[in-house]
Design a protein around this ligand. Structure first.
Ligand SMILES: [Zn+2]
Length: 111
């Protein structure tokens, strides 16, 4: 579990979408479980997004945008983890098939 200092230091990178999947997952886990940091994230998000909203003149619900962003990040991590799992299952299958092929060849050889 990362500490608050580390989590807070990652907020700007999170808002720029520049965290890698591993950091992003650790960061989100912390944010989900830590009210202080989740509040800090909201504040920094509101400042960053609020400024760009002011400059473009768009008005939209920043709190909703914030919630959407975090939800989207969770989705990204889910997809990432699922792909990782699939890749591992694929590797295991290839190994099993290779072993099976060897055993098959060995049986034929013994006959
Ligand atoms: Zn924290």
């Amino acid at each position: 579990m990362m500490n608050c200092k580390k989590a807070v230091s990652m907020i700007p990178a999170y808002l720029e979408d520049s965290l890698d999947a591993k950091d992003l997952q650790a960061f989100l886990e912390h944010i989900d479980n830590c009210d202080d940091c989740s509040e800090e994230l909201s504040i920094q998000f509101l400042i960053t997004e609020g400024l760009s909203t002011l400059s473009t003149g768009d008005s939209y619900d920043l709190q909703t945008a914030m919630t959407d962003k975090v939800r989207e990040s969770h989705h990204d991590i889910d997809v990432h983890n699922r792909l990782f799992l699939l890749r591992n299952i694929g590797v295991v299958l290839v190994i099993l098939m290779t072993v099976a092929a060897f055993i098959g060849a060995y049986m034929v050889f013994l006959r």
